[in-house]
Each structure stands twice: as structure tokens, then as C-alpha cells.
Design a protein around this ligand. Structure first.
Ligand code: AGP
Length: 608
């Protein structure tokens, strides 16, 4: 995680860099820093806390110059202190920012110490800047020194480095962590994400793994891992720039919750006709659908929960076996891959390190093909997968994923139906499913109408320390997602269980202090779930029930009822997600936590 920005221009770049950091704050926000390379030397400011702390420091003591680098940190090695904040320097003339993890930093640190280097931080990053400094002693070319240094590093990195002797260029590189080049007129930039540079350019070059780039005011020269110059295409950004604007909302998360009807519509657009799923949405090569005999879904966090829902859909509609696994486990074990297995990754960012590593491993395992369901068209995951289905949710800024999740579910429903059609799903059933999908935006709108009621309910959570979420069937992964949302932004400890598991252990936790949030599906599991609720009520547990009216559930002594619109069963996991998002949001507001940037987390997890 962490975010980096670099700039070289004919104008002062300090404001450009700091604005870039504000836009990258979603990637990490425990400290930040900036280094400016001007006529007098390389000067830095670093501050603990959010970018605002750096801005305050900057206002008191401005730094001006036409070249600089900047960083916002999510701590991996060493606490969030000023000493550990980036940029890191070696001597007075060299400064560097880094995103990623250097796995062999301990060995390198020992070697550098033996050579007399003194370390001022606990970070893995500091070894990089000292190594470059050391290389510059034997050959003074910054580009060559960086290339020689990168050859010694193991792990993931994106870096940018300035050297006082180099007034006309800075050098940047990526391997395992994202980095884009922003192309301007007589000015050029680098950043971890295009969003960081949208105030200065809409032209971008996506660096490949192992690329090193020499950035001057007038040109950008890219060298591949072998040191050969390479031309990479320039693409024009076409995302909605307003994504970085909160509009009328107090938090990005709430804005993004309310965007869901619109973005679910955008996800469906062009993918369904009147009564069919359009397989052209998978690109020209949709033949794989005929051959799929198994599906392996791999993802992390919220995206993993979307995968768990898809297992129910794929096995139910298509009768195709589907396994779902978290990427951090999948990447390190021996996997058995049956013939004709589709490898499907899910990711909002498309930059999650574990998911990317899983994809790279899968490409060696003889899968039928690789499909990425992803929200960022220019991401590494999209570029490295054979097939892509974009979720079209628009930029998601809040760290807690909301619209990315419901659009992933929408894209997964499209995929599940497309596979099922090839396995003999009737035209009539396909048409009914497509009609249901069409109603989704309206259903989600209807679910949002409960906002005010849910806000009142959330007051009851202000003093709670723990919560249990229950679901059955495809609603169990939604319970998992509800628990993750609550933990993530309100810091209340929450667990989710399939309701039938309650009596096998967690029932011991139930007393009058334990809220039990229950997602009630309207299917043949309803009566079983009602029995599970009785088990809780009998122990004095307080039940928060989310269900449609036709379940005959309502407010009772220890039942707090919230109505969810009645929808086709297949859509219930998507529509029931909305009240859970609203609940976690309002509980977090009541508790006064930092909703959009909860402690210890970052939006894009580009480290292992
Ligand atoms: C969800 O609210 C979290 N931000 C997190 O679990 C996230 O879903 C996970 O890190 C995976 O990210 P990705 O979808 O970008 O791969």
C-alpha cells in the first residue's frame, strides 16, 4: 500500500505533489512526506498522521522547486513515526519514496552497516536509498545506480528517487507494486494511481513489471527489466473525475452506498438484452463458457465474500462445481486443478498483491482460462488476465468496499447465468433471471429508503463491544460481509456464522449484551432460520432482523425488525447487503470513528 507521487516541471511542483498525496490518502494515511530537489539541494518535510499534518508543516515552512517526490504511508516495517516516514535519504543529496516490501532487507541492512551506513529508520525502504548511494560511488549515473540496486532487491516495490546532481531528471521503477507515468506538456509525473494526477493530466503510461523510467520535463524514457528501451502506449483516462468529490454527502462511503442503483445499472448495461445474457461481454473469445466444467474463484476480503455468493449461484444454476478461496492461502499451497477449470479472480482495485500472485501462479497450473472481474480497467489484474468483465462501479474512495461489492455480485450473476446457459439452462429461466436483474437498481433504491430507520437502530450499538451475524445459504456470505463492514469502520468485534452452526458453539456467547443480526432469506430455509432465532431469543439475545414483510416477522419484545424489499430469491444477497452497509455506516458515525479511512487499513493492499 502507501502512495507515491513524483513530478518534474517548469513550474513549482510542491502543490501538485501535495494534492497528489491527498488523492492517494486512501492507500495509507499514517504519515506522509515530500522531498524537493531545487538549486540549493534536496529538502524534505515529513509528518506523522494524515496529509493535513504535512500541509500544516508546509504552510509554516514552504519548500519550492520544479522537481520532487512525495509519499503517504501505511506502515509495514516500523511504527508510524516521523523517522519512519518517507522520503528516506542517504547523505544530503539523495531521497527516495517506496511502496511495497523488500523481503531481503535484513541481509542488505547487515551488508550496508558493515560498509559504514548508519540507519535512521526501522523501515525496509532505507536499504534501497543506501544501496543507490553506494552504487553512485562507483558510477555516477543515477539511472544505472538504480538499475544495479533493483537487481539486488527481492520483494515488491514501486520507487521514485531524486538526486541533487540530477537537475533534469528523476528516476522511478516498479516491480510488484503499481506505478503509472502521467504525461504532461513540458512536465511529467509518476504516481501509484492515475487518480493522484488527474489535476494535472489525463494521459497515462502503464509501466510493466520490472520497468525503470527516466523522467525529464520533455520526455519519459522507459527501460525494461533487461535494460532495453521500450515504447509503451499512452492511454487517455476516461473515469468520472467527480469520483473524488463527496458532493452532498458527509463521507465517501455514504456517497458510494447511494451510487449503487446507478452503478449496478452501469454494470448491467450492454451485458443483458431483453431476455438474454450477452456473452459478448466476455470479449470476442466467449467459447470458454461451453468448455467450463469447474470454477475456482480466488480473491481477498470483501471480494472473497462476493466469490462465496457466486458459489451458490454457479452450483445451483449451472450445476458446475465451484471452489472459492482466499488468495493469501491459494498462492502458497499445491492446488489440484481438474480439467477445464475456469480461474476467476475478483478485485475492486486489481492491484491486491495476494490476488495478483494467485493469478500468476494459476497461469502455470493448466487452467482453461483466467477471468478477472474487476473495477479498474487499467489495473495489473486486468492487464494480466486473459479475459475481463469490468464492474463499472467508478472510483471507490471509501476504504470500506460498498458499491464495488454489489457490482461484483452483479457481474458474477451475469457470469453464473452465462455458464448455466451453456449447461442447458432453459430460455424461459434465463429470461426470468434477466428480468430480475433489470429490477435490481429499483430494488436497491427501495432498500435505501430504510436509511432513516436504520440510523435510529444503529444508536443501540453505540456501547456494544461484540456482534454476531447470522445467515443461511447465499445469505451466509452476506452475513460475513456485514460483520467485516462493522469491524472495519466501527471497530466492534463481529463474527458471522451460518445460522445452523449456532448451537455448535457460538450460542455460548449469547446473552442480553450480544446483538444478533440476522439476514432472513425468503425461501425454504425461512422456517429453519426462525428456529435458530428462537434459540437466540430463549437465551435473552437481542435480535436485529432484516427481512421482507411476507416472512411475517415484525417488531417483538427482543426483535428489532427492519424491512427489506421483497425480491426474487436470486437477488436477495445483493439487496440485503444495502441495510448492512447502512447499519455499519451509522454505527461508525455514532461511535465517531474515521469512516472513510479507518485505523490500520488502506484501500489498496499492494503488499503481502
Ligand atoms: C473491504 O471493505 C476491504 N476494503 C477489503 O477487504 C478489500 O475488499 C480487500 O482488501 C480486497 O481488495 P480488492 O477487491 O481491491 O482486491
Amino acid at each position: 500500500m502507501c502512495g507515491i507521487v513524483g513530478a518534474i516541471a517548469r513550474r513549482n511542483v510542491s502543490k501538485i505533489l501535495i494534492e497528489g498525496l491527498s488523492r492517494l490518502e486512501y492507500r495509507g494515511y499514517d504519515s506522509s512526506g515530500i522531498a524537493i530537489n531545487n538549486e540549493q539541494g534536496v529538502f524534505s518535510h515529513r509528518a506523522v498522521g494524515k496529509v493535513q499534518a504535512l500541509k500544516d508543516k508546509f504552510a509554516a515552512e514552504p519548500l519550492d522547486g520544479t522537481m520532487g517526490i512525495a509519499h503517504t504511508r501505511w506502515a509495514t516495517h516500523g511504527k508510524p513515526t516521523e523517522n519512519n516516514a518517507h522520503p528516506h535519504s542517504s547523505g544530503d543529496d539523495l531521497a527516495l519514496v517506496h511502496n511495497g516490501i523488500i523481503e531481503n532487507h535484513e541481509t542488505l541492512r547487515a551488508q550496508l552497516k558493515a560498509q559504514g551506513y548508519v540507519f535512521k529508520s526501522e523501515t525496509d525502504t532505507e536499504v534501497i536509498v543506501h544501496l543507490i548511494h553506494n552504487e553512485l560511488k562507483t558510477q555516477p549515473d543515477l539511472l544505472k545506480a538504480v538499475q544495479a540496486t533493483l537487481a539486488q532487491l527481492e520483494g515488491a516495490f514501486a520507487i521514485a528517487v531524486v538526486n541533487h546532481a540530477d537537475k533534469e531528471r528523476f528516476v522511478a521503477a516498479r516491480k510488484g507494486s503499481p506505478l503509472v507515468v502521467g504525461v504532461g506538456i513540458e512536465e511529467n509525473f509518476v504516481a501509484s494511481d492515475q487518480l493522484a494526477l488527474l489535476h494535472v493530466t489525463d494521459q497515462f503510461i502503464f509501466l510493466e513489471e520490472g520497468d525503470v523510467v527516466e523522467v525529464t520535463r520533455d520526455e519519459v524514457v522507459i527501460y525494461d527489466q533487461q535494460g532495453e528501451p521500450q515504447a509503451r502506449p499512452v492511454s487517455v483516462f476516461n473515469h468520472n473525475v467527480d469520483a473524488t468529490d463527496k458532493g452532498e454527502f458527509r463521507h465517501y462511503m455514504m456517497k458510494e452506498i447511494y451510487e449503487q442503483p446507478k452503478v449496478i445499472n452501469a454494470c448491467l448495461e450492454g451485458r443483458i438484452s431483453e431476455n438474454k445474457v450477452l456473452t459478448s461481454c466476455f470479449g470476442a473469445d466467449s467459447d470458454f463458457l461451453k468448455e467450463v466444467e469447474n470454477v475456482h474463484i480466488v480473491a481477498c476480503g470483501t471480494s472473497y465474500h462476493a466469490g462465496l455468493v457466486a458459489k451458490y449461484w454457479i452450483e445451483d444454476l449451472a450445476g458446475v462445481p465451484c471452489a472459492v478461496e482466499v488468495a493469501s492461502e491459494y498462492r502458497y499451497r499445491n492446488v489440484a486443478v481438474p480439467k477445464n477449470t475456469l480461474f476467476l479472480t475478483l478485485s475492486q482495485s486489481g492491484e491486491t498483491a495476494d490476488t495478483l500472485a494467485a493469478l500468476r501462479k494459476a497461469k502455470e497450473q493448466g487452467y482453461l482460462t483466467t477471468l478477472a472481474i474487476c473495477n479498474v480497467p487499467s489495473s495489473t489484474l486486468v492487464r494480466e488476465s486473459a479475459l475481463t468483465l469490468l464492474t463499472n462501479a467508478g472510483a471507490e474512495i471509501g476504504v470500506a468496499s460498498t458499491k464495488a461489492f454489489t457490482t461484483q455480485l452483479t457481474a458474477l450473476l451475469i457470469t453464473s447465468v452465462a455458464i448455466a446457459v451453456e449447461k442447458g439452462l432453459s430460455a424461459e429461466k434465463e429470461s426470468a433471471l434477466v428480468q430480475a436483474m433489470r429490477s435490481l437498481p429499483a430494488y436497491v433504491n427501495a432498500a435505501l429508503l430504510q436509511d432513516e430507520h436504520i440510523q435510529k437502530v444503529s444508536d443501540r450499538f453505540a456501547n456494544k463491544q461484540h456482534a454476531l451475524f447470522l445467515g443461511r445459504g447465499a445469505m451466509y456470505p452476506i452475513a460475513l460481509e456485514g460483520a467485516l463492514k462493522l469491524k472495519e469502520i466501527s471497530y466492534i468485534h463481529a463474527e458471522a456464522y451460518p445460522a445452523g452452526e449456532l448451537k455448535h458453539g457460538p450460542l455460548a456467547l449469547v446473552d442480553e449484551n450480544m446483538p444478533i443480526i440476522t439476514m432472513v432469506p425468503h425461501n425454504d430455509m425461512l422456517d429453519k432460520l426462525k428456529s435458530n432465532m428462537q434459540e437466540v431469543a430463549a437465551r435473552g439475545g437481542e435480535l436485529y432482523v432484516f427481512a421482507d414483510r411476507s416472512t411475517n416477522l415484525h417488531n417483538e419484545d427482543n426483535i428489532i425488525f427492519t424491512e427489506v424489499p421483497k425480491v426474487e430469491e436470486i437477488l436477495e444477497p445483493i439487496v440485503h447487503t444495502i441495510p448492512l452497509q447502512l447499519l455499519s455506516y451509522h454505527v461508525a458515525v455514532v461511535k465517531g470513528t474515521d469512516v472513510d479511512q479507518p485505523r490500520n487499513l488502506a484501500k489498496s493492499v499492494t503488499v503481502e
